[in-house]
Design a protein around this ligand. Structure first.
Ligand code: SF4
Length: 399
């Protein structure tokens, strides 16, 4: 159920600390496959956004009252398109209004074309200790087709620059199944990624989102999609190559060197509360309600910078018990930790466990799910990883 709302309810108390997500809705230009909320508005809009964001951070500080912030994540959009003064102002505002835990993971999403030695040093000095770099591919012709603003060489250089600036926790994103991709090119992308000084790799199969230029290209027959068989072969190669390079496959699309799992995203998958600031940002109270600011940067700044400031337009979704159980099933099965059936029964009732167990039985028999009796945990098998969407949807309670 969705309702419009004023300030959302307070976050559930958690011993490990909550997350804080900042959505920066600006990009220098738009990539043809992307449906994330961002605009290409210029410097004036960005300055107003920073002022409005700092005000939202202050106005909502009671929502985290008494809680430590364990992770901070600047996502977007492209957070690195903000000026360093703007980024610093936002981090200062967070520290002034919230208790950021010592050793908190503080991540900045950046694009390679925004990275320089000077900026990397400033980001490290202001408190970012992790960068997630949007590389996507090491093929220049594919990058140009996607309207990425950097070349493969610039991406390689950006990784080296960030590593030299003492970013010991460095993640890159790759996409497979891109137009023009084949298995040989993907093998080269993966091999190249694994030679870089990165501790974390997120690799996603291309999805063609409605309303994007890429969807139009497909509709007009201007691009050929990679077939399912090739896409599965790409995923299989990714799993083999990352394992050989000592990366742990800890979530369907995420791989990390030991000790470098993404803590912020890990908290999402475990249902830990988080606050979301900025237009389009989502938050979760850790119990049954999700709040998201509407994706409209002009309405956002107008509300917060008005003579009498108000919170930006937002909606709150109240989840039913079955929806919450489905979220648990979906997110837990995506991770290598799996779905703890005992905890599922304790939190949602024995009937829910029974229903899930019945739906899981044919997948266990076919080898797509493994059941570990000792911990009463269900996990996707290697075979199940290739058909994870259909396995998970069979286990869902809500049609
Ligand atoms: S830079 Fe990132 S957020 Fe911006 S359009 Fe490209 S993929 Fe989307």
């Amino acid at each position: 159920m969705t309702t419009s709302s004023s300030p959302s309810s307070l976050c559930a108390t958690t011993t490990e600390g909550i997350g804080l997500y900042v959505h920066v809705p600006f990009c220098a230009s738009r990539c043809i496959y992307c449906d994330f909320y961002s605009t290409t508005l210029g410097a004036d809009a960005r300055r107003s956004f920073v002022r409005a964001l700092c005000r939202e951070i202050r106005l909502r500080r009671d929502e985290a009252s008494g809680q430590r912030i364990a992770t901070v994540y600047f996502g977007g959009g492209t957070p690195s398109t903000l000026s360093d003064d703007g980024l610093k102002e936002i981090l200062s505002s967070i520290r002034e209004n919230y208790t950021v835990a010592e050793g908190a993971e503080v991540t900045l999403e950046a694009n390679p074309d925004d990275v320089s030695a000077e900026r990397a040093a400033r980001w490290r000095a202001m408190g970012f200790n992790r960068v997630s770099l949007g590389v996507q591919s090491f093929q220049d012709d594919i990058l140009a087709l996607l309207r990425r603003r950097h070349t493969a060489d610039e991406a390689r250089q950006a990784v080296a620059t960030l590593a030299a600036a003492d970013f010991a926790n460095l993640s890159i994103d790759l996409i497979y199944g891109l137009p023009g991709h084949d298995l040989a090119l993907w093998r080269r992308d993966v091999a190249e990624a694994l030679t870089l000084p990165v501790t974390h790799l997120s690799a996603y199969a291309l999805t063609i989102e409605e309303g994007t230029p890429l969807a139009t290209m497909r509709a007009k027959g201007w691009m050929k999609e990679v077939d399912d068989e090739t896409s599965l072969a790409m995923y299989e190669h990714l799993m083999e190559a990352t394992a050989a390079a000592n990366f742990e496959h800890y979530e369907i699309s995420n791989f990390a060197r030991p000790g470098f799992r993404a803590r912020h995203n890990g908290a999402y998958w475990r249902g830990i509360p988080y606050l979301g600031f900025g237009p389009g940002a989502h938050g979760f109270d850790g119990m049954a309600s999700r709040r998201h600011n509407l994706p409209d940067v002009k309405a956002y700044t107008a509300a917060l910078l008005a003579p009498t400031p108000s919170l930006p337009p937002a909606e709150t979704e109240h989840l039913s018990m079955a929806e919450r159980a489905d979220e648990r099933i979906f997110t837990a099965l995506r991770t290598c930790d799996g779905l703890d059936l005992g905890r599922l029964a304790a939190d949602f009732g024995a009937d829910v466990r029974h229903t899930v167990w019945r739906a899981a039985a044919p997948h266990i028999a076919a080898g797509r799910l493994n059941h570990e009796p000792e911990g009463d945990v269900l996990r996707l098998s290697r075979q199940g990883l290739f058909v994870s969407d259909s396995v998970m949807s069979d286990l869902m309670l809500v049609e």
